[in-house]
Design a binder for this molecule. Structure first.
Ligand SMILES: Cc1ncc(COP(=O)(O)O)c(C=O)c1O
Length: 432
């Protein structure tokens, strides 16, 4: 259990609110976000990703989970936020936060997206490919605006969970390979463009990374490459952005490094590498997403039915599934489940928690020992705060669940449950 999750006389409590009260008030499925844990995580990043030698910048990766409430937290704690699409830009803008906090990503930014960036006044754009340079510059010219840009590099490291691979193939769809024989030309193109102000280089080596050496390696390569380019082109490069990907605990076998330790270690590694290369950098950014919100989220479902199959698999069927959490079906992600209204009972029933969608892969947790459940019990799936709601779909025309933030005994509805009307609001009869 994370953050403010407690067993309150047999009932799971989050943020000082009983989950049984939450489902009564807001229904199920329900995403519950532990506000205090989100705030604590942000404060840890702010506190431990600091150096005497350069400024630091925390950019929350909004793809992990985005709503107005999150934007309010970003503003309150004075950190920044990224976006990858027109929809994310629009959502952030509609929250009313200062658009100078926004950094725009994307490997295929449309004209509309680039225009929006300029009209909304985002802080910077991370250029992914060569076509984007001209497209952006042309838009700047038309609007008589300048924009700060970084260039996303593919540094040949791909890291996920326990493994990282250094590859000479550089085959990722993101960024430009540092081995590309045109890289110098591309950088020059940016530098020489009077509509663009070149800030430096960006990389993002993967997701759910537990292997600290992968980050060390990324730092080493980024610092070395930045030094090389600054000398070769005789320019000052003020910034490096190292992306996100810091791993979290979902289930047995996950071994995350705590934020305090990881950030302290990365700062040390950065300082050593900058010293070694005799490189002066003004600002270093990171882009944590999952590690800020994942453990803060819990999804509450109601048990609707149980089934023992012919081969003795015990299913608990809940009223959501792959529509509100695609991760198990998409990449066999593992989760911990709890029976929220029976926390004191003995866990003696081996079950699989399955959703209600018409897909055999719609199983949220496979083979877990839980308390004996009956219809109407509440099953909680832990650590669903990242890439849950943001990847939700309407498959089988299920409505996207509500999101409620909880803190100090109070709950705050952050996103309303989708209505039936909203499900069909864009449907039109066709003239046949
Ligand atoms: C460019 C970039 N930055 C940051 C992130 C956030 O990663 P995470 O949520 O694993 O921290 C991602 C995730 O895909 C990303 O693509």
């Amino acid at each position: 259990m994370f953050g403010t999750m407690r067993n309150n006389v047999g009932i799971l409590e989050i943020g000082g609110v009983k989950t049984t009260s939450l489902v009564e008030q807001y229904g199920t499925p329900l995403y519950v976000m532990d506000l205090l844990l989100i705030e604590e995580n942000i404060l840890k990043y702010k506190l431990f990703f600091q150096s005497k030698h350069f400024k630091t910048n925390i950019i929350y990766a909004s793809k992990a989970f985005l709503c107005k409430g999150i934007c309010q937290i970003i503003e309150k704690y004075d950190i920044n936020i990224d976006a990858v699409s027109d929809g994310e830009l629009y959502s952030i803008k509609s929250s009313g936060i200062d658009m100078q906090r926004v950094h725009m990503h994307g490997n295929n930014k449309s004209e509309t997206e680039l225009e929006m960036c300029l009209d909304y006044g985002v802080k910077s754009i991370i250029i992914d490919n060569e076509e984007e340079i001209e497209k952006l510059s042309k838009n700047c010219q038309l609007k008589n605006k300048k924009i700060q840009v970084m260039l996303r590099l593919n540094i040949g490291i791909e890291a996920h969970t326990h493994e990282y691979i250094q590859t000479a193939k550089h085959s990722s769809k993101f960024g430009i390979s540092i081995l590309d024989n045109r890289i110098e030309e591309i950088i020059k193109k940016i530098i020489e463009d009077e509509n663009l102000e070149f800030l430096g280089f960006h990389c993002h080596i993967g997701s759910q990374i537990f292997e600290i050496n992968a980050f060390y390696e990324a730092i080493k390569i980024m610092v070395k490459f930045t030094k090389l380019v600054s000398e070769k082109l005789d320019i000052i490069i003020p910034e490096i952005n190292l992306g996100g990907g810091f791993g979290v605990f979902y289930s047995v076998g996950d071994t995350p490094i705590d934020i305090e330790y990881l950030m302290t270690a990365l700062i040390k590694c950065l300082e050593e590498n900058l010293e070694k290369e005799q490189l002066k950098i003004e600002k270093i950014s990171i882009e944590p997403g999952r590690s800020i919100v994942a453990n803060a989220g819990t999804t509450l479902y109601r048990v609707g039915a149980k089934k023992k199959t012919f081969d003795d698999t015990n299913y608990i069927f809940v009223d959501g599934g792959m529509t509100d959490n695609i991760r198990p079906a998409l990449y066999q992600a593992k989760y911990i489940a709890l029976v929220a209204n029976k926390m004191n009972d003995i866990k003696d029933e081996l079950v699989s928690v399955a959703g209600k969608c018409c897909e055999s892969s719609d199983v949220i947790v496979k083979g877990i020992k839980l308390q004996k459940t009956v219809v109407d019990d509440i099953v909680a799936i832990c650590s669903t705060g990242a890439y849950g709601h943001s990847m939700a779909s309407n498959y089988n025309k299920l409505r996207v669940p509500a999101v409620v933030f909880v803190k100090n005994g109070r709950s705050y509805l952050g996103i309303k449950r989708e209505t039936y009307e909203e499900l069909v609001k864009n449907d039109l009869p066709i003239d046949i």
